[in-house]
Every structure is written in C-alpha cells, then in structure tokens.
Design a protein around this ligand. Sequence first.
Ligand code: 2P0
Length: 353
Amino acid sequence: MTIDHEMVPTGLTGLTGSTDSGHGATAVAHPNIALIKYWGKRDERLIIPYVDSLSMTLDVFPTHTTVRLDPEARTDDVVLDGRPAEGEPRRRVVLFLDLVREWAGRDERAAVDTRNAVPTGAGLASSASGFAALAVAASAAYGLDLDPTALSRLARRGSASASRSIFGGFAVCHAGRGVGEAADLSSFAEPVPLPDFDPALVVALVNAGPKAVSSRAAMRRTVETSPLYRAWATSSKGDLTDVHAALRRGDLEAVGEIAERNALGMHATMLAARPAVRYMSPATVAVLDGVLQLRKDGVAAYATMDAGPNVKVLCHPEAAPRVAETLLAAAPGCSVLTARRGPGARLRSADEQ
Ligand code: 2P0
C-alpha cells in the first residue's frame, strides 16, 4: 500500500526539534466526520467498537494540545479552552495520561493545555481531534516512539473516533476481533489511500451548544435498549463494503447515498432507544429538507449527522457555494462553512503559531 504524506503523522520519531527541553510537546489534530458511523462499544473499558467505521479528516476546527511534564507536581493539571477542566472531561484526560504513563513506564504528572477551534461537545468531533492531539503530544512528552498503528490504538482509548484523526484524508477504524488484549491489539484505524477523491463537506452549524446527552451515554443506552441496534450494526457491514467500492470508483453520488442511509439508520437506533435519544432539532430537519431539494434540483448533496443537531453535507467542491446558500436559506440562523479533506495529527514545532 502506498501512503502519501497526508496520511502519515509526521514528527513522531523521537523528540528532536519537536519538543521543548524534552519535557513537553505540542500537537495539532483535526476532527473527522464518519461516512460509516461508529456507534456502540463491545468493551467500555478498552473502548472497542461493535462496528467498523470510515471517515474523512477535515481541514477545519483543529485542536492544539500541549503536554508538559512536571516532576514536582502531585496531580495532573488540565486546562481546556483556557479554563481548568473539571468533572468528566478532566477525569477522561487523567485516565488517558495514566495509560500513557503505564506504556512509558514513567510516573511524572503533567500539565495539559488544550484548545479547540470548535465548540466542545457539540457533535462536531471535538473529542476526535482532542484525543488524537493528546495522544500525539503526550506520547512524545513521555518519550514513547509509537508507530501510527500504536498511536491510533492509544488515541482510541480516549475516544474511538480519535483513532481515525491520527490519519489525514480517509481512514477506516477496525472494530477488532476477540476480547481483552486480542481486541485491544486488533482495533485501530488505518488510512484508506484515495489521493484523487477530494469532495467538499459543507458543515451547517444549527446549534453550537453542548449536547444534552453525551455520545458515550447515548450509545450505551442505544446498545442496551434499542431493538433496532443489531439490525443497524448488521446493515452497516454492508454499507462499509459498498462505500469502499464506491470510493475506489470515485463515485461521490454512491458514497453520499450510502453515508446518508448509514447516518439516518444510526439516528433511527437512537430514536428507538428507551428512553429515546433525539439529537435532531427542527433546524436539523429543515437542513435535511434543503438537501432533498438540492437533489431534486440535480445537485449531488448528501447529509450525515453525528451526536448533535448539526448537519454535514457531502458534495462536489464546485457545488459547495450553492449547497451552502441553500442550507442557509432552509435554516435561517444557522452558519455554514465548507471543509475539505485535512491532514493527520502531528507534532507542532516550537516556532509554529
Ligand atoms: C463517529 N460518533 O463515528 C460517531 C458517529 C458520533 C456519531 O464517534 O465514547 O466521542 O469517546 O468512544 O468517539 C462520537 O463518539 O465516543 C462518535 P467515545 P466518541 O464519529
């Protein structure tokens, strides 16, 4: 398999030039949007998905994360978007650092400073970019020299979707096989080389506020109570096979149709959970109507939605302005932004802004 530079995280070998004084490192990572979704864990501790997923890493909304070791400190210090993190977000970062310390055989505490260009927890994949950046920065700060597969497994322990943001362009995350260590070793993401497939993804932000139900709680409830979950997980396997074939053909229309049905099916599993989880708002449905209208008018545009009310619309780059205009008209008050495929997670050198 050929891997172009966009797909491989750079600066992951050693500390030279990429860390400050060997005690700290800064990394940047971008969110990804799944065309075939991950929803549901078969191992909550190791974060092993039930289903394979496939995504496009974006060129917008980066997360920048610095990890600096502090041999004097007795606890980790975690700052998220300029404020001390508390509660669950802090607990997840500390748990992640504990894992990195275990892998590195070290015990220093760390100061973590992470900044999202995207609203945190709004269904815009901030945990994907967040844990991908943290995996790259923390592994470098603690002196681990991980290959992309190991780095992707590490990122998965923060958030399964983060395993995909290690790579640029398109990536597939394997749900893995077996249980325990076998599952842990076989669940990772890897790039899907598609150098010529470069669609646009128009993001319609209908609400940038934090979601009412975390994706973690929502997927647990769905797996435990939704009678539709298993049917979706089974059909998702077929969707993945079909999307691989469509991607190889560069057939955006087929890719979009498969991605849209996969996302709507995932939301159907949530609507059938007890009690239901509903991330769609009236503005979401208005945007979906706008997408249908575009298709009626002959514009190839296909929607996907994650754990939030925002909609991402796949289209040809030349159609993006028209798509953006239509979505704005369909849901006045939303804001739109056009993303393209973006780079993998990487260490940032000291002189970069
Ligand atoms: C995805 N989502 O494939 C799916 C589709 C949201 C809907 O991955 O519990 O933050 O940390 O592994 O990765 C969002 O969930 O969940 C997500 P955890 P994550 O992108």
